[in-house]
Ligand binder design. Structure first.
Ligand code: SAH
Length: 232
């Protein structure tokens, strides 16, 4: 699926994601049409359906993973909702979330590399400056494994990097009826895999976890480890 949803324009890429059934929400589709991936991916051919380098040993996720995450979280990204984007990187997904939550909603993007905060702020300014002017997006530097309780609780939490274990702090910061999607490392024999987990908190606070699919994300880690490792 990764290679089939590339486009030569943002619109073509979105249409292919929709035709493939990956982009399964009209509101997520409207967000991906309103946010131009080329403003966040500065490599040639920005509408290719692949993760692309954004510096600092990390990538902007592939369009099919963005489409998938936004579709899964679409009911929680309602008008006026609060969302947390952990590992906001290029700022692309934070911007899509900001479109979905509307002018009364608020998205907190937390990222541990200060330079990426600067880059993502610049990207959003060049794409949808009103998201910043209206304070619809707030980018903060910090360890996303701890979340950002000051802006919570959140209706939707997206984690864009693979955690060693599901961070309890993030579950604690979910609002009632909130949903978290997070890739988490799993070990089978000598192999390491990642599962994309969906965590739902019901109105009475009961938490249920569901395994959605195997995925491949960069690690949710500390800056020293991230900047030491070389992308393969
Ligand atoms: N959704 C982003 C994903 C970027 S890759 C996008 O599509 O652009 C994952 C991001 O997580 C990287 O920017 C990386 O710097 C960040 N990251 C990794 N570990 C982190 C941590 N502990 N706290 C905050 N950000 C982290």
């Amino acid at each position: 699926m990764a290679w089939h949803c590339s486009g030569t324009t943002n619109q073509e890429m979105v249409q292919k994601l929709k035709d493939a059934g990956i982009l399964a929400s009209d509101r997520a589709e409207a967000a991906m049409l309103a946010v131009d991936r080329a403003k966040y991916c500065h490599e040639p051919d920005p509408y290719r359906d692949r993760p692309r380098r954004i510096g600092y040993n990390v990538t902007i996720s592939a369009p099919h993973m963005h489409a998938c995450a936004l579709s899964i979280l679409s009911n929680q990204l309602f008008d006026g909702a609060k969302a947390l984007d952990v590992g906001s990187g290029s700022g692309y997904l934070s911007a899509c979330m900001a479109h979905m939550v509307g002018s009364c909603g608020r998205v907190t993007g937390i990222e541990h590399i200060p330079e990426l905060i600067e880059i993502s702020t610049r990207n959003v300014r060049e794409d949808n400056p009103h998201f910043l002017k209206e304070n619809r997006i707030n980018f903060v530097v910090g360890d996303g494994r701890l979340g950002h309780p000051a802006d919570g609780p959140y209706n939707a939490i997206h984690v864009g990097a693979a955690a060693e274990t599901l961070p309890q702090e993030l579950i604690d910061q979910l609002a009632p009826d909130g949903r978290l999607v997070c890739p988490v490392m799993t070990v089978a024999g000598f192999q390491r895999f990642q599962d994309l987990l969906q965590v739902d908190k019901s109105a009475d606070g009961t938490v249920t976890t569901k395994k959605l699919m195997q995925v491949s994300y960069v690690p949710l880690t500390d800056p020293t480890t991230q900047l030491r490792n070389v992308l393969t």
